[in-house]
Design a protein around this ligand. Sequence first.
Ligand SMILES: C[S@@+](CC[C@H](N)C(=O)[O-])C[C@H]1O[C@@H](n2cnc3c(N)ncnc32)[C@H](O)[C@@H]1O
Length: 202
Amino acid sequence: MKRILFKDYELVVFDSVYEPREDSFLLAENVKVKPGIEALDMGCGCGIQSINLALQGANVLAVDVNRKAVANTIENAKRLDLDNKIKVKRSNLFSSIAKRKFDCIVFNPPYLPASSLGDVSIEGGKHGYEMLHKFLDKMPLYLKRDGVCYFVQSSLNGEQRTKKKLTSLDLSFKIIARQKFFFEELIIFKAFFQFFKKYDIY
Ligand SMILES: C[S@@+](CC[C@H](N)C(=O)[O-])C[C@H]1O[C@@H](n2cnc3c(N)ncnc32)[C@H](O)[C@@H]1O
């Protein structure tokens, strides 16, 4: 088990759970929400995004396909006395999430091309972008009309492809942050509905 610092809070990171890195911190820095909103943290890992949301007053549902990540997020929420604000469950993307809508959805997806390791923390499918696309296909069904979705994109797996995907789903977007590293650039997307969309049930 490792320990990391986030906003002066100590978080524990269990073995086999994604240790927060530049992508996690860049996403957290750029997610701003109002107190009382309903948020979904997809692929919660050790719970860093949930904690960031809950510290701003959001009520959070955190999900991850990795059972250890689920346990890790529960542990960090308890340690910081945020367990009344953060509910955690295991889910393969949206498969175990009841039909409901959120004000804010955040996702720091795995995005490396699949290797023989089969590591769900970092591998996003054959080419790397498939997990993000699967998420984007369903995400609008869970987003309120005036809701926002923040997610991380790496230049390694196609900024233009993601823009095209969002457009094909009738979603508008802004790029709210970029950070360059030696071998890639990390990009934070903020996606939202521009008009009354086909996903709306009202
Ligand atoms: C890059 S890590 C991000 C972890 C954490 N949110 C952060 O920002 O540090 C991606 C997370 O997505 C989870 N994940 C991978 N595939 C998933 C799936 N199909 N459904 C839900 N979570 C998934 C992984 O287990 C991992 O915790």
